[in-house]
Design a protein around this ligand. Sequence first.
Ligand SMILES: Cc1cc2nc3c(=O)[nH]c(=O)nc-3n(C[C@H](O)[C@H](O)[C@H](O)COP(=O)(O)OP(=O)(O)OC[C@H]3O[C@@H](n4cnc5c(N)ncnc54)[C@H](O)[C@@H]3O)c2cc1C
Ligand code: SF4
Ligand code: SF4
Length: 371
Amino acid sequence: MKTFANLVEEVQKPGRCRRCGGCVTFCAAINYGALTQDPDGTPRFNDPEKCIECGLCYMFCPVIGELEEEARRKALWQEPMGNVLGVTVARAKDTSVREIATDGGVLTALLLRLFDEGRIDGAVLARGSGPFSRRPFLATTRKDILEAAASFAGPPVARDLVGGRYATFAPAISALGEQMRQGLRRVACVGLPEQILTIRKMQVLGVVPTDSLYCLLGLFCSGHFEFGQSGRKRLEKLGGFAWADVEKINVKDALHIHVQSRGVITIPLEELDFMRRHACRFCTDYGAEYADLSCGGLGAEPGWTTVVTRTPLGRAILADAVQTVVEAYPEADNPRAGDQALEALEQRSEWKRARAVRDGESVGTGSVAAV
Ligand SMILES: Cc1cc2nc3c(=O)[nH]c(=O)nc-3n(C[C@H](O)[C@H](O)[C@H](O)COP(=O)(O)OP(=O)(O)OC[C@H]3O[C@@H](n4cnc5c(N)ncnc54)[C@H](O)[C@@H]3O)c2cc1C
Ligand code: SF4
Ligand code: SF4
């Protein structure tokens, strides 16, 4: 039976740990206390003696191929980029939601609708904890859901520009422990592709509390970007802007930096490898392929969200939202909006997969199928 000690050798030491929190959350959730997580999300042994060698942490890890076939069946996954029942470009009807959202505010609108209708009693989300950094938490009120809207917001205040690290990632899975403590029975979970895969694997085994998750809402992902002071300087130089003037950053086809009085500065993702997390080089999932619904700004006009319907549950959630809180891109303005978004998603998914295969080979680690 492989255990956390094997994760250390096979995942952490080669720099492939994505700090998704899956291994620790499950272990901590059942009070074994064998594992703990550093502030930056890195898992480590807290007390190796308490490890009962059940092997579950190893099986859930998204970098490891275990349970992947079963997770694929559960998510109706198919080649080349997961199940796609439809692609819709949409935005929240409520302009006050759109104003605070990352793209079209579809996720926030959906979550509010599910909450108001009593179909969920909470949601695992991430909210701002400083400039361009977020912390996972369990939202249990409308106010919580609204506070968590947007992925990366600014502007940073002056003291935030000195020192500190900016990071786009938040280990959302760790908020599942809180879900269990509070005993919520119907919870939505928003997460990055690798987090959704980990949860699908947990669902395969019916592990508590994933049996209480109502739906999995995925975010498209090109990678996790983190940067300290020298990285910020390099980015300022690349884009010709000053951090003090940044209002918002957004990742889509490129990095879009909204700068006061200058509009949007765009930097190609290919130029950002210096701030992309090493482990993301081996990740093949762009479109949150194991989710019920996946969302991103890619392929949509600014202020709109591309939504991929992947499961019958996702289809039902979106169909209800389109009748109530969300509006689809007007067909009269562009009847091909959904098709164009799908094409953009196909291209980006292929781009990410090809890079992961290339990088996996170039470091001599063999297959990337484990992702
Ligand atoms: C690290 C990261 C990388 C991304 N990369 C891309 C990309 O390459 N291409 C692309 O098209 N889109 C990407 N996205 C998704 C995009 O930024 C938007 O979140 C998505 O388009 C939904 O927009 P919205 O306006 O509908 O969502 P909103 O209404 O703004 O809601 C966003 C929801 O996501 C939750 N959330 C935000 N950050 C996190 C996080 N780190 N972990 C878990 N939940 C979170 C918030 O709590 C909120 O509920 C990325 C998001 C993240 C967090
Ligand atoms: S990728 Fe996730 S599950 Fe795997 S070792 Fe890292 S934190 Fe644990
Ligand atoms: S690319 Fe995105 S989903 Fe993949 S490991 Fe990095 S942050 Fe996670």
